[in-house]
Design a protein around this ligand. Structure first.
Ligand SMILES: Cc1cc2nc3c(=O)[nH]c(=O)nc-3n(C[C@H](O)[C@H](O)[C@H](O)COP(=O)(O)O)c2cc1C
Length: 222
């Protein structure tokens, strides 16, 4: 049982990292090995549109043929039992690093036939982890959107086409800096944020832990 937790955030010790670690602890409790991959540690680009992955009879058919820093990693993730897509929300959606990784992972799996058939070697369990400044109503209305029409809604629809439907785990109203006094950020009420962090963050981390456990249990059941 192997779960890859793809962390698309730049901060080693930020909110997204904390949620990923909690998810990993939950998965471990239920017997799954997981690996958190910090995408910012890798050197790569998004899809180069070389189409090696779709070349008839080609050696890279169905997998990304572009040899940069994630060439091997893509193969490992493609054979995982579970994949977690984690990101701080930037401009209403996932970070460019996570987006670029998904282009490279998913595009080779989608065949340019009439049905857009999917030829991924496995169909793993999935989860998405988002952390963000806003609270749930903005996520639901603007980022997920009605009938999944928002940027994150579209992203989750795509994950569901290729893999299994993701479970969504979120941390809202997050702390961006340890001392709000040092930054021009008067739009945020630090006291309210501090209260939220004390009251809600432990629950959000627990939800990530439970989601990790659930994913491992689902993998075990097959
Ligand atoms: C470039 C940038 C863009 C952001 N855009 C949004 C946004 O559109 N909506 C939002 O709620 N938060 C936004 N945020 C806030 C982060 O999503 C939030 O602080 C997140 O929890 C940071 O995660 P981290 O601690 O793992 O870095 C943005 C932050 C940055 C740096």
């Amino acid at each position: 049982m192997k779960i890859y937790i793809l962390d698309g955030g730049p901060r080693k010790d930020g909110n997204t990292a904390a949620m990923c670690e909690s998810f990993a602890r939950g998965a471990a409790e239920a017997g799954a090995e997981s690996e958190r991959v910090r995408l910012f540690d890798y050197s790569y680009t998004g899809c180069r549109s070389c189409f090696a992955c779709k070349a008839r009879g080609g050696p890279s058919y169905g997998r990304c043929g572009w040899r940069d820093g994630i060439y091997e990693l893509l193969d490992s993730v493609a054979h995982a039992d579970g994949v977690v897509f984690a990101s701080p929300v930037y401009f209403g959606t996932i970070t460019p690093q996570l987006h670029a990784f998904i282009e490279r992972l998913f595009f080779p799996f989608v065949v340019y036939d009439k049905k857009y058939s999917v030829i991924a070697p496995k169909r793993p369990e999935t989860a998405v982890i988002y952390t963000m400044n806003v609270k749930e109503p903005v996520l639901t209305k603007d980022y997920i959107g009605e009938a999944n029409s928002g940027p994150l809604g579209f992203f989750e629809r795509y994950v569901t086409r290729v893999y299994k439907r993701p479970e969504r785990i979120c941390a809202f109203n997050t702390y961006q800096f340890s001392d709000y006094g040092k930054f021009v950020a008067d739009g945020w009420d630090e006291r309210e944020k501090a209260e939220w962090r004390e009251r809600e963050l432990p629950r959000e981390l627990r939800e990530a832990f439970e989601a990790g456990k659930r994913m491992a249990e689902k993998i075990k059941k097959g």
